[in-house]
Design a protein around this ligand. Structure first.
Ligand SMILES: [Zn+2]
Length: 94
């Protein structure tokens, strides 16, 4: 039983990656972020770190060209969301 739960999470994770990949090329990427978050919540699994930095953690808008500013500071990447005017900080990839 435990095994099937894990494979379900894996399946959802694949869907989440797929949604984020699609979000790059659609007009309404925010919807894809929301869908991905709903899926993650359903199976109680966190959104992978590399995907988390692709959207604003406050208003969940997908960071696409023109709706955010990015800068690095003390090993952190700071995204400034132009939609909600808030900052999202992430630890830089090594
Ligand atoms: Zn925002």
């Amino acid at each position: 039983m435990k095994k099937s739960k894990i494979s379900l999470k894996k399946e959802f994770l694949d869907k989440i990656y797929e949604l984020f990949n699609k979000a790059k090329s659609v007009k309404n990427p925010d919807d894809y972020v929301r869908k991905a978050r709903r899926l993650a919540m359903k199976v109680n699994t966190p959104i992978p770190k590399e995907l988390k930095r692709r959207y604003c953690k406050h208003c969940y808008s997908y960071f696409s060209s023109g709706n955010y500013r990015v800068r690095t500071r003390n090993g952190m990447v700071v995204y400034y969301c132009l939609n909600c005017k808030k900052y999202s900080k992430f630890i830089m990839h090594k």
